[in-house]
Design a protein around this ligand. Structure first.
Ligand code: RFL
Ligand code: PHB
Length: 395
């Protein structure tokens, strides 16, 4: 069995694994990334699209923002709609000049892969980590399969950046982790349309038929979502049905509507809130979706992944400089403080905007009153804005 060695074995080449590998490299720490999927798959998988100010600052500081600077869209506000009217939340004005950046997660992934390869980084694509060993002792191991052969990767530490369905979290013995979870009774039908975005900003729309979101990827591509059942059968959603439903939910007194175009991709995603505590066991550190999931309504998932690995990279740096592990020991507590605030915000945005089947008329009126409050009170809008653009990395 071929044997490889590194300081940090990273499982997963999503935003968390790639960013961690890049930051470690800048600190002179060696890592090897093992990724189940092909490079092309990672670079084209359409997922998140909104980067907080802190994530963009991290990409800039670490020198991987050149293409983002040219191609991303910088947004100073969002719109929230209900009862046939849209209301602007001027985030930039409410947060002393912070904005969000619309730049696809797959573009971030593409930029990070290109940079790791240019810097001589080791990424094993098409390589599924099958098992994690000896995380309690000083010599942890990752076993993985690549091109029909088994490999053994010996490391000083392992970073589990392998998402919600990965192998790392389940490798922690039973009884160590506490899991906190809420599953929502709806999902999102997401689609990418070849159509120029007809609004400069994102629109979060509450409607009696269910939530709808208008977003974008470029001046030629609109990204849209519809609240649906988590068990929805995608084959029942023809392009015509999708557009009819979008037009109904976005219909407002001013006549605005998204521009219609061919649908290039569509898919259904379930919605859950999930956290494990702690985010570390022995020499295994969990980061990003392997440790926590948020419903996408707050646009926080990729940003939390970035924030986790920023803390983890600094902690490894401190350990390798000083020989003391106190920063690594604090990793989980530092991240969880921020994770729980993002959980709260994502749950709140989800509850504010979606239609719940078991909702009685009292709940519905309360929801409309909250939408009215958030869009008419500067104090309430400021709270939404500061969370949406992202709390400071250290919070
Ligand atoms: P990822 O991106 O899931 O990457 C994990 C990687 O690990 C690989 N893997 C393995 N590799 C080797 N061996 C194994 N055994 C492995 N098992 C798994 C996988 O192939 C994969 O490449 O996790 P990471 O890096 O933690 O990043 C998290 C983000 O991907 C996620 O939080 C966001 O996409 C969530 N999200 C959003 N986040 C935002 O910040 N802003 C948004 O606007 C936003 N919108 C969204 C979203 C997620 C969505 N979906 C599809 C769930 C919109 C949607 C619809
Ligand atoms: C997206 O563009 O994919 C997107 C934007 C905002 C969200 C979720 C997803 O809250």
């Amino acid at each position: 069995m071929p044997k490889l060695e590194t300081q940090i074995a990273i499982v997963g080449a999503g935003p968390s694994g790639l960013m961690l590998s890049h930051l470690l490299h800048l600190h002179g720490i060696h890592s090897v990334v093992v990724e189940d999927r092909a490079r092309e798959y990672c670079e084209t998988r359409i997922r998140a699209g909104v980067l907080e100010q802190g994530s963009v600052d991290l990409l800039r500081r670490s020198g991987v923002a050149d293409r983002l600077e040219k191609e991303a869209m910088f947004h100073r506000g969002i719109e929230i709609g209900f009862n046939r009217r849209r209301h602007r939340i001027p985030m930039y004005d409410l947060t002393q000049g912070k904005c969000v950046t619309v730049y696809g997660q797959h573009e971030v992934v593409k930029d990070l892969i290109a940079r790791r390869i240019a810097d001589g980084g080791d990424i094993y694509f098409d390589s599924s980590a099958v098992s994690i060993h000896s995380i309690e002792g000083p010599h942890p191991l990752v076993r993985f399969e690549h091109a029909g052969r088994s490999y053994e990767l010996a490391a000083e530490y392992i970073a589990g950046c392998d998402g919600f369905h990965g192998v790392c979290r389940p490798s922690i013995p039973p009884g160590i982790l506490q899991c906190f979870e809420r599953i929502y009774p709806f999902g999102w039908l997401g689609m990418l349309a070849e159509a120029a975005p007809s609004s400069d900003e994102l629109i979060y729309m509450h409607h009696d038929r269910g939530f709808a979101l208008f977003s974008m990827r470029s001046p030629q591509l609109t990204r849209l979502y519809l609240q649906c059942s988590p068990e929805e059968d995608i084959s029942l959603w023809s392009d015509d049905r999708i557009w009819d439903e979008l037009f109904l939910r976005f219909e407002c007194d001013d006549g605005w509507r998204p521009i219609r175009g061919p649908i290039l991709q569509k898919g259904i995603t379930g919605m859950r809130s999930f956290v494990v505590e702690p985010m570390q066991y022995g020499r295994l550190f969990l980061a990003g979706d392997s440790a926590h999931i948020v419903p996408p309504t707050g646009a926080k998932g990729m940003n939390l992944a970035m924030a986790d690995v920023a803390v983890l990279a600094d902690a490894f740096h401190s350990y390798y400089c000083s020989g003391y592990s106190d920063a690594l020991d604090r990793y989980s507590a530092i991240c969880l403080r921020r994770v729980w605030k993002a959980q709260r915000f994502s749950w709140w945005m989800t509850s504010l905007l979606h239609r719940f089947d078991d909702q009685n008329e009292f709940d519905h009126r309360r929801q409309l009153a909250e939408l009215d409050y958030v869009t008419s009170s500067q104090a309430a809008a400021t709270s939404l804005a500061e969370n949406y653009v992202g709390l400071p990395m250290e919070q």
